[in-house]
Design a protein around this ligand. Structure first.
Ligand SMILES: [Fe+2]
Length: 405
């Protein structure tokens, strides 16, 4: 099919998606912020009359002592605590099924996610599957569940995924070699705690990657054809806070002010992209994750400046607005110059935080399959501002090849 006709098909698909999204109820968690917010959330849960909560987390956080004070705070409120610490990065259906089984065996009536996006996504599906008497796999797709999830709470320990506010959860399917999406507004937690104190132990590399994930959410949502005044406000605020604080949090992990700004920025970026969606950066980054297990935020950081360069002729005005909002230039400068300043800032942030320009794992012979999968995901899922041809995706991927290959 000629490219212009393909674009018409993509635009029609996005129009249908936009119509469907209008009927999705607006769901936002109650948010507690600031140092100690995670312990205050325990108090909130105590007022809801819940008896036994399942904490969904990973073994590293248990070992680091992150879970213990939260569990103690819940127990002080008379709530029994059961811990499921089997979550791994990119959790599979079997991990979620194990967590669900743990919940049933212990008759838990609520779920608290403590961790990064993997733990929060797993907890979301566990809580929804439990109340709907379904297996996690049966929830794959859009708006499958009939009943609300079990009371669900989240304490993110990274500032990046925004999963504490989004209507989606991504679960790996190793048998199919891909990732499955559960999309449902019932997945949004009742309450979330954005606690900078819980993030001080994050290694700099994780701080950088997760922060660049949040920046990608904000920027892709801002450039999306689904962007609204509301999503724009969240996206611009998130971008300002990330450009102003991420490098500080990377250099000095104990800087609570920078950590708090990043946790709020990640939350705002989540509010923006849960309505406006993301774009080609995520479409390509997801393929790197599926094929090479590249950490999601790291993959986004690598791809983001390339996609902005590709889209610049279509979105220079929007990028110029972001540049001015972030103090990178003056509104009297022309859009093209300001847009380039914004892109250059992203290159500079990557360099300052040790994010390379190439992906060591990427192989030349993998490029066609990665491009095909990324174009399929991007074109049929995201309201991108400028459509890409497969050959253009090949060109971008070749720029990411390691120098030696
Ligand atoms: Fe992301």
């Amino acid at each position: 099919m000629p490219f212009p006709l393909q674009v018409l098909l993509y635009k029609f698909t996005m129009l249908v998606t936009k119509c469907v999204m209008k009927f999705v109820p607006d769901a936002k968690p109650t948010v507690l912020t600031g140092e100690g917010a995670s312990l205050k959330l325990a108090g909130t849960i105590g007022h809801l009359g819940l008896k036994k909560v399942l904490i969904v987390t990973d073994a590293v956080l248990v070992k680091l002592g992150v879970i213990e004070p939260i569990a103690n705070a819940l127990q002080e409120k008379g709530i029994e605590v059961v811990v499921f610490d089997g979550v791994e990065p990119d959790p599979s259906f079997s991990v979620v099924e194990a967590g669900l089984e743990h919940l049933k065996q212990n008759s838990c009536d609520s779920v608290l996610a403590v961790g990064g996006g993997s733990s929060i996504d797993a907890a979301k599906v566990i809580a929804l599957a439990a109340s709907n008497h379904k297996t996690p796999r049966q929830l794959e797709g859009r708006f499958i569940a009939k009943l609300p999830a079990l009371p669900l709470f989240a304490i993110p320990t990274t500032a990046g995924t925004g999963s504490e506010v989004t209507v989606a959860a991504v679960i790996s399917d190793p048998e199919a070699g891909d990732k499955k999406l559960v999309l449902d507004p019932k997945l949004v937690p009742m309450a979330a705690a954005l606690d900078p104190a819980i993030m001080v132990g994050l290694p700099p590399g994780v701080t950088a990657a997760t922060g660049m994930d949040a920046l990608t959410h904000a920027v892709e949502a801002y450039l999306s054809n689904f962007a609204t005044k509301e999503t724009d406000a969240y996206a611009v605020s998130a971008t300002q806070m990330i450009l102003g604080n991420l490098e500080t949090a990377y250099e000095d992990g104990s800087n609570l002010e920078a950590r708090e700004a990043m946790s709020l920025a990640s939350f705002y970026a989540g509010l923006a992209f849960t309505k406006a969606f993301v774009g080609y950066v995520h479409a390509i980054a997801h393929q790197f994750g599926a094929k090479y297990h590249t950490p999601h935020g790291f993959a986004n950081a690598l791809v983001l400046p390339h996609i902005l360069e590709f889209s610049k002729d279509r979105v220079s005005g929007r990028l110029a607005t972001l540049a001015v909002a972030c103090g990178l230039g003056d509104a009297s400068e022309n859009d093209w110059t300001l847009a380039q300043k914004f892109i250059d800032k992203i290159w500079a942030m990557n360099e300052a935080m040790g994010i390379p320009k190439t992906l060591e794992a990427l192989k030349e012979h993998d490029i066609p399959a990665i491009a095909d999968a990324a174009m399929h995901e991007g074109n049929y899922t995201y309201p991108v501002p400028k459509y890409m041809q497969t050959e253009e995706c090949h060109d971008i991927l070749r720029k990411l090849l390691p120098v030696t290959s």
